[in-house]
Unconditional design. Structure first.
Length: 82
């Protein structure tokens, strides 16, 4: 997965879009960080859906803080999306 520069010059990961309609099933009221975390995990998953990555690695690759990743994953887990 490559990186690209956004308008502010920050390095951000490029997302790999899949034929998955995961966002259609995302419940409302999720924290804003949940969506980029979910999309990043979808692009990173191995065959069968397995994704081995630490919260710190996710935070660094997405460009958000580790506590935000943890909170996003808690909400995604509660919604049974991870």
């Amino acid at each position: 997965m490559g990186l690209h520069d956004d308008r502010c010059g920050a390095r951000r990961p490029e997302y790999v879009w899949t034929a998955n309609n995961a966002l259609v099933f995302a419940p409302r009221g999720m924290p804003p960080a949940a969506y980029p975390v979910l999309l990043h995990l979808l692009g990173r998953q191995e065959p069968g859906g397995r994704c081995l990555v630490t919260h710190g690695t996710l935070a660094a690759e997405i460009g958000i803080t580790r506590p935000k990743v943890t909170r996003a994953l808690q909400h995604l887990r509660f919604a049974r999306m991870v």
